[in-house]
Structures are given as structure tokens and as C-alpha cells.
Write a new protein. Structure first.
Length: 173
């Protein structure tokens, strides 16, 4: 009989907890209706502004990707220039690598110059011109350093280019 008493006691405890739990429930009180949020179109950038920001972003990616690669390439070029034991084929490849780096910097400069011209000519972008102005000139400095054989130093002006482009992106809506 001891087991039967335990089961009855257990059933009574379960029923009392269930009753206590249902007593604690509150019926939800109706809340006053709220007005739906109004979205203003002024906060959303226009398609043109997004397109302009995308162009700046593309240039940031181009320059940073080149900077990432330039570190290793510049070290390899400069190490081979110092190596007296390098064979003729290695020296020719090194000369070709130098030309490629200089040409890539020229291509970057052309893209940045076109972007700068667009900021000068588009009325909606003129207010951002002080932020972006000079990126083509900085790229020209990098080109001059690369032509002079100072490939490691050519990256410094390009870092300035990335900073100017990033500042421009932050200022744009």
C-alpha cells in the first residue's frame, strides 16, 4: 500500500502545480493601436549616389589589391637586382616584371584620373571633390618612384590614395 500512497501523492502534486500554473497566467490586455512607421525617401540614397559610391569602392579595391601584391613583387625585384649571380633569363624576367608594375600603376592612375574628372564635372559630386582631389597626382608619384626603381617606396603614395578614397566613401550618402 505504500506504493499506492506514493502514486496518489505524486498525482496530487502534479495537479496542484498545474492549477497553480494556470492561475498565474494573465489575459493579454489590448494595446492601443499604433501608427505605422513612415519611411522617408530622403534617407535612402538614390541609384545615382549608389553608383557613384560603387565607382569609388571599385577604385579602393583595385588599389588595395595592387598594394597587397606590390609588397612581394617589389621585394622579389629588388632582391634579384642585388643578386650578382642571377642568370640572363632571370634578369630579363625581372625587367619585364618592372615594366608590368609600372604599367599597372599607370592603369590605376588612368582610372583614378577618370574618377576625379567625374567628381569635377558632376554637380552632385562636386561637394566631395576636396576629399578625392589629388588621387591621380599621388598615383603619379608612385609611378615616378617605380620608374626610378624604388618599387617598395612606390606603395607609400598609394596608401594615401586609399585613405583619400576611403574618406570620400565615408562622406558620401
Amino acid at each position: 500500500m505504500n506504493i499506492a500512497v506514493k502514486y496518489i501523492l505524486l498525482a496530487w502534486i502534479v495537479v496542484s502545480f498545474a492549477a497553480a500554473a494556470s492561475a498565474q497566467r494573465r489575459t493579454p490586455t489590448p494595446r492601443p493601436a499604433t501608427k505605422p512607421a513612415v519611411v522617408t525617401t530622403n534617407t535612402l540614397p538614390s541609384a545615382s549616389a549608389q553608383s557613384d559610391a560603387q565607382k569609388v569602392s571599385n577604385q579602393v579595391m583595385n588599389v588595395t589589391r595592387f598594394l597587397y601584391l606590390l609588397g612581394g613583387i617589389a621585394k622579389g625585384i629588388e632582391d634579384l637586382d642585388k643578386d650578382q649571380r642571377a642568370n640572363q633569363a632571370a634578369r630579363q624576367q625581372n625587367t619585364e616584371n618592372k615594366r608590368t608594375v609600372v604599367q599597372t600603376i599607370r592603369n590605376l592612375r588612368a582610372g583614378l584620373a577618370a574618377l576625379e574628372v567625374e567628381f569635377r564635372t558632376k554637380p552632385t559630386l562636386r561637394r566631395f571633390l576636396p576629399k578625392i582631389q589629388g588621387v591621380a597626382d599621388l598615383t603619379g608619384e608612385a609611378e615616378d618612384l617605380a620608374v626610378a626603381g624604388r618599387f617598395s617606396d612606390a606603395g607609400r603614395p598609394l596608401v594615401g590614395v586609399v585613405e583619400k578614397l576611403a574618406d570620400t566613401l565615408v562622406a558620401m550618402p
